[in-house]
Ligand binder design. Structure first.
Ligand code: SF4
Length: 464
């Protein structure tokens, strides 16, 4: 039996795409290997979002080059740090097929093909459907073939890991926004929306598996503009899609009870979307609304195309319509040109919104983007500003979560707690973790739990 190994970097899109490709291997009778050292084929799904991520992956490619040499029993191949592989080829060579996919494969396609000859297949964002052919070639012991990289993007068919209760459903791909710090539009291309019927079909299949919660994903889901079917010419926007999904789940009595989405661009978050969330209980009362920065001047330099006032008005409209909503965000500190007054604006915006949690990071120039050519702030300044934001967010997270102690909430039970094997761990509709005592038979179902305590960032509770 052939074995495969995955190493995935980056965002939800990559996680979903790796899981989708993994299904192909499983369907063909391949087994997952815990180690690349003894796998027949290894896939590295790459991320270009930050230079540090790319450098780390390039370092890993060096390691894989050494591993391939050991697996091919090449004279002089160094077995140091690769003992498991050396042991594996004691009775003769067992070549490893190396596949690189994802954003770096798209961005550096030619350079990978020319300068990294040990990579057997460089699979760009638009060429993932070639995996079936790659699997056949490995099974039949054929030499690697050249992939045609001039094709259209195709959405992967299904991205749930077997047995998973939660999974991602890609609804769109690419981005038209060109935020000045971001490489995504250059590596993922322009926005492309998946037809509604394809999305609903995938949701039906997921419901028949064990999935109970889905997250619709795309670089900017709010600018979704799909058609009902591939052949139709109508225009369904994101609010329309959410409504169609909610209706479909109700009409089919689907076991999927929670629908989330990410990422949202605030400039495209319409009142219609707010209304659907308020109207349809199946859409989670949790919105990730990346602000990036609280200063209008910095937002302008970032080309985010909203002001701090517009963002705060949007938050006001969401909270008025969905009072129980939990808001989370992304915040980037130390962007070129950011002043102390801008930092105060960000802290002030955080105090007004009171996010439940946030992804916080300092700006790191990304080669190939406009912001990388701007005059940079010293790294220490960027780090110090980030720390102030983190400190404030920790206070807000505690404050927001504490308010919910004493309430009874619906929980999706995900498994046994790692810290205490007698407890189960689940998540709330607002995406918080909660631990409680209950029988393992509850895993994979929705239960009601009374929140009794907040310990760190995890609730403790009692099954009702
Ligand atoms: S919206 Fe901006 S940050 Fe998000 S993917 Fe598009 S360009 Fe990048």
């Amino acid at each position: 039996m052939k074995t495969y190994f995955f190493e995935t970097y980056g965002c939800e899109m990559n996680i979903a795409e790796s899981a989708a490709v993994e299904q192909l291997f499983i369907a063909r009778g391949w087994k997952k290997s815990e180690s690349a050292q003894t796998a027949d084929l290894a896939v590295i799904n790459t991320c270009s979002i930050r230079e540090t991520a790319e450098n780390r992956i390039l370092g890993r490619l060096g390691w894989f080059s050494g591993l391939k040499a050991v697996r091919e029993c090449r004279p002089g191949a160094k077995a140091k740090m690769l003992e498991e592989a050396a042991e594996y080829v004691r009775d003769g060579a067992k070549p490893l097929t190396l596949v690189v996919m994802g954003c770096m494969a798209e961005r550096l396609l030619q350079s990978f093909q020319k300068d990294y000859p040990f990579i057997d297949y460089v699979v760009g964002t638009y060429a993932k459907h070639h995996f079936a052919e790659i699997i056949s070639a490995v099974e039949e012991g054929r030499k690697p073939f050249q992939i045609d990289d001039s094709e259209q993007y195709r959405f992967a068919s299904i991205s749930a890991e077997p047995g998973a209760f939660s999974t991602f459903v890609p609804i769109m791909h690419g981005c038209n926004n060109f935020c000045t710090y971001c490489i995504v539009p250059y590596v993922r291309g322009r926005e492309l929306s998946r037809p509604v019927d394809e999305i609903l079909n995938e949701i039906d299949l997921l419901g028949k598996m064990k999935v109970r919660e889905i997250t619709l994903i795309g670089q900017n889901v709010n600018s979704y503009h799909g058609t009902s079917t591939k052949a139709s010419a109508d225009d369904v926007n994101f609010a329309g899609l959410l409504q169609k999904i909610a209706d479909h789940l109700r009409d089919t009595s689907s076991p999927i009870k929670w629908v989330r989405f990410m990422s949202s661009h605030p400039k495209d978050f319409s009142d219609d979307v707010i209304d659907v969330i308020a109207r349809e209980p199946v859409i989670c009362r949790h919105i990730h609304l990346p602000v990036q920065n609280g200063s209008t001047a910095v937002l302008k330099a970032m080309n985010r195309r909203y002001t701090r006032e517009q963002y705060l008005e949007l938050v006001g409209r969401i909270k008025a319509r969905i009072p129980e909503v939990s808001l989370t965000t992304d915040i980037m500190m130390g962007f070129p040109g950011e002043t102390e007054a801008d930092v105060e604006d960000t802290l002030d915006l955080m105090r007004q919104v009171k996010y439940e949690s946030a992804m916080m990071y300092f700006y790191n120039p990304r080669e190939g983007t406009p912001a990388a050519k701007m005059e940079q702030l010293p790294v220490e300044v960027r780090k110090e500003r980030l720390q102030r934001v983190i400190d404030l967010q920790l206070e807000h997270t505690h404050e927001q979560m504490s308010k919910r102690v004493g309430s009874t909430v619906m929980v999706l039970v995900e498994g046994v707690s790692r810290d205490d094997k007698t407890e189960l761990l689940g998540q709330t509709e607002q995406h918080e973790k909660i631990a409680f005592k209950a029988d393992k038979s509850k895993i994979g179902s929705f239960v009601n739990v009374k929140i009794t305590e907040l310990s760190g960032n995890t609730f403790r509770g009692e099954l009702q």
